[in-house]
Design a protein around this ligand. Sequence first.
Ligand SMILES: NC(=O)c1ccc[n+]([C@@H]2O[C@H](COP(=O)([O-])OP(=O)(O)OC[C@H]3O[C@@H](n4cnc5c(N)ncnc54)[C@H](OP(=O)(O)O)[C@@H]3O)[C@@H](O)[C@H]2O)c1
Length: 240
Amino acid sequence: MKKVLITGATSGIGEALCLYYQAIGYDVIACGRKPDKLAQLESYNNVSTIAVDLCDQQQVTEKMQQLGSLDLVILNAGSCEYMDDVKHFDGQLFARVINSNVIAMGYCLAALLPQIPAGGQLALVGSSASYLPFSRAQAYGASKAAVAYLARSLALDLKSQHIDVSLVSPGFVKTPLTDKNDFAMPMQISAQEAAKRIVTGLQKRTFDIHFPKRFTLILKTLSLLPDSWWRLISTRILQK
Ligand SMILES: NC(=O)c1ccc[n+]([C@@H]2O[C@H](COP(=O)([O-])OP(=O)(O)OC[C@H]3O[C@@H](n4cnc5c(N)ncnc54)[C@H](OP(=O)(O)O)[C@@H]3O)[C@@H](O)[C@H]2O)c1
């Protein structure tokens, strides 16, 4: 039985991934903080859970470093907060988002990479928000740009270890994270649909897993334009 570890499995995309992998016969290790949700996940066959705050390196090391061989590790946990008044830059907010989306990922990599054997896979969940700068997204966008770089760089060095790395860059997915948003979210898909796209991409060992394509390809195309063009376009969008 193949073993997958998923962080952020107590909600949204991570939970959908957990249930998808459980349903197709994987041994799933689900990580998160919410005790009630972890207990609920434990009730499924072949799902075990780890209660851990990923921003606490000691906890991550203690709870994750001796799990044995992991065929697939999906580092999906993350948070999103927007900056309302950038002139009064909120350093605490910035630190919170960078900690949960980037620094915590580093703690997980330190504990988990030694347990991924040759032939194994590692997936980092970034965001299509990293393709272009968006208003109020200074913290979230910067954190996801860091995740994208981290994935690209890891892919180079882990190739010789025969570990395939994937970068997952979703568009808008309906989850508790996006339920808080007060703006239009075009082409939003369900967490179940997102999980299906991620599993399919990982089965093909694709590096760049992005969806929904009609949304992410528009962003990718716009990102090829000079920065000044995007500033003009986004200013027009904001004025509407
Ligand atoms: N939804 C979207 O539209 C979208 C788009 C692009 C990228 N993403 C990315 O996809 C990933 C999952 O997002 P989602 O929408 O599914 O969000 P979500 O429903 O809010 O779930 C976030 C998950 O991360 C866990 N988590 C956060 N901080 C943690 C910490 N310090 N320690 C342990 N667990 C922590 C949460 O666990 P607990 O609640 O148990 O603490 C929860 O399980 C994130 O990295 C997000 O940035 C989402």
